[in-house]
Design a protein around this ligand. Structure first.
Ligand code: MLT
Length: 428
C-alpha cells in the first residue's frame, strides 16, 4: 500500500500520492494538483520542490553525504580519475579497462577544434570574461556539428556530441585564458592526460618547454571530480529546462555555463579570493573582518562559508581542504592571502556565532585557495568549475532526454493589476 498525504482545501479533502526514493526521501506528487483542485504550489527558488526523479547523484545535506551513482565522493576523489568519474556519471557504471581505454581514446581523438573557431575567439577583446568566451565557443559547436542540433538522433550520434564537448572543453577553456592574456593559443597534446593537457594549453609559451607538475595535475583532477555533479543545482536545473524544450546538448550546456557564471553559484570561488585580497589590502586583520561579518549593520558579506543544501559541512570542502594543505606544502607556496584564509577558517570553526549558524568554509572557499596556488587566475576559477561540472550537466541532460521528461513550464500566482480599459494618451 503506497503512502499518501491529505490536503484539505475549502472543506474538501484531496489525497496526494507520496513517492519514496531509493534513499528513503519522500515527496508529495502534485503533478495532478492543479487539474484536481485548480490550486498550485508556490515555492520561490524551488527549495522545497523536486523537479525530477534522478539516479545520478545523491546528497544528504544533514549528514554531509555526496555520492555519484552510489559511489561516495570520498572514495572517488581518492581512488578514481576525472575521466573515469565522467564515464560513471554519464553511462551509469564504472568502466571496465576496455571501456575506459576506448572512452579515453575517443576523447583524445576529438580534442582539436576547427581552425575557424580561432576566428570566433579572435573576435573577443582581451577584456572579455572567460565565461562569456567559453559559453560562446560551446554554442559555436552547433555550427560546426549541425547534426548535434537534433537531440532525437540516434544514441550513437548523441554520444558523438557528448564525446566532442568533453574533449573540446579544456581546449576552449585554455583558449579563453590565452585570449585574455594576449598569448597565442596552444593546441592539444594528446600524449598527455586530461589535466596535464589542459595545463599545458593554459600555460605553455612559444619557444619554452612546459611540463605540467604532476602534483598540480593530480590536484586539478581531484578538484574536477569534486565538482563533477551536485544534483539539481542552479546550473544543472538550467541545463535540464533548456534541454526539455529539445534544444541541443550544446545549447543546453552553454546555458548551464551562463547560469554557473553568477556570483551566487559558480562565481563564489572567485568572490572568495576577491574578499581575501580586500582583507589583505586592509591590513589582513581577520578578527576585524569576521566581526564585520557578524555586524548586521555592516554591508560586508562573508563569501565561501555555509551552503544552501549542506547543514553541517560540505563533504567536498573536507577533501579539498586536505588537498589544499598537501599541494601548498608540496609546492612550497607562501602567500599572505592564503594565510588570511587560514585565519578566517580558524575564526569560523571556533567562534560560536559561525558554528551555530553553520557558517563553515565550503567547497568554494577552499577551491579558490587551491586554484590560486595552482597558478590559475581568479576569473578562470568559474571556468574551472564549469570544466568539472560538464559531465554532470551531460549526465543530467541525457537522463532527462532518455526519460522523455516533459518541457519545463512552471506556473505562477499573478499579483498584478486587475482588468482595466485602455485610455488614449491624451486622456491619462
Ligand atoms: C554546486 O556544487 O552546484 C554548488 O554547491 C551549489 C548547489 O549545489 O546548490
Amino acid at each position: 500500500m503506497s503512502k499518501t498525504a491529505e490536503l484539505k482545501i475549502d472543506g474538501k479533502t484531496y489525497t496526494l500520492p507520496i513517492i519514496e526514493g531509493s534513499e528513503n526521501e519522500q515527496a508529495f506528487d502534485v503533478s495532478k494538483l492543479r487539474g484536481d483542485t485548480s490550486v498550485i504550489t508556490l515555492d520561490p527558488g524551488f527549495k522545497n520542490t523536486g523537479s525530477t526523479k534522478s539516479a545520478i547523484t545523491f546528497l544528504d545535506g544533514e549528514k554531509g553525504i555526496l555520492r555519484y551513482r552510489g559511489y561516495s565522493i570520498e572514495e572517488l576523489a581518492e581512488k578514481s580519475s576525472f575521466i573515469e568519474v565522467a564515464y560513471l556519471l554519464i553511462y551509469g557504471n564504472l568502466p571496465n579497462p576496455e571501456e575506459l581505454q576506448a572512452f579515453q581514446n575517443d576523447i583524445k581523438y576529438h580534442t582539436l577544434v576547427h581552425e575557424d573557431i580561432k576566428k570566433i575567439l579572435e573576435g573577443f577583446p582581451s577584456n572579455a570574461h572567460p565565461m562569456g568566451v567559453l559559453s560562446s565557443l560551446v554554442t559555436s559547436l552547433t555550427a560546426f556539428y549541425p547534426e548535434s542540433l537534433d537531440p532525437n538522433r540516434s544514441s550513437e550520434a548523441v554520444n558523438m556530441s557528448i564525446i566532442r564537448i568533453i574533449a573540446k572543453m579544456p581546449t576552449f577553456a585554455a583558449w579563453a585564458y590565452k585570449n585574455e592574456v594576449g598569448h597565442p593559443v596552444n593546441y592539444p597534446d594528446n600524449k598527455l592526460d586530461y589535466c596535464s593537457n589542459f595545463l599545458k594549453m593554459m600555460f605553455a609559451l612559444p619557444a619554452a618547454d612546459y611540463d605540467a607538475d604532476p602534483v598540480i595535475a593530480n590536484a586539478l583532477d581531484k578538484l574536477l571530480i569534486l565538482h563533477a555533479d551536485h544534483e539539481q543545482n542552479c546550473s544543472t536545473s538550467t541545463v535540464r529546462i533548456v534541454g526539455s524544450s529539445q534544444a541541443s546538448l550544446y545549447a543546453s550546456i552553454s546555458a548551464g555555463i551562463n547560469a554557473l557564471w553568477g556570483p551566487l553559484h559558480g562565481g563564489a570561488n572567485s568572490a572568495v579570493i576577491e574578499m581575501l585580497e580586500n582583507i589583505k589590502k586592509d591590513g589582513g586583520d581577520t578578527k576585524k573582518w569576521m566581526a564585520k561579518a557578524k555586524d548586521k549593520e555592516d554591508p560586508f558579506r562573508l563569501m565561501g562559508f555555509g551552503h544552501r543544501v549542506y547543514k553541517n559541512f560540505d563533504p567536498r570542502a573536507k577533501i579539498i581542504k586536505k588537498a589544499a594543505d598537501e599541494v601548498l606544502d608540496k609546492l612550497g607556496v607562501k602567500d599572505p592571502v592564503l594565510d588570511i584564509a587560514k585565519g578566517l577558517e580558524y575564526e569560523a570553526l571556533n567562534d560560536e556565532y559561525f558554528v551555530e549558524r553553520k557558517l563553515y568554509p565550503n567547497v568554494d572557499f577552499y577551491s579558490g585557495i587551491i586554484y590560486r596556488a595552482l597558478g590559475i587566475p581568479v576569473d578562470m576559477f568559474t571556468v574551472m568549475f564549469a570544466l568539472g561540472r560538464l559531465p554532470g550537466w551531460i549526465a543530467q541532460w541525457k537522463e532527462m532526454r532518455e526519460n522523455r521528461e516533459p518541457i519545463g513550464r512552471p506556473r505562477q500566482i499573478y499579483v498584478g493589476e486587475n482588468v482595466r480599459p485602455y485610455t488614449p494618451v491624451d486622456k491619462r
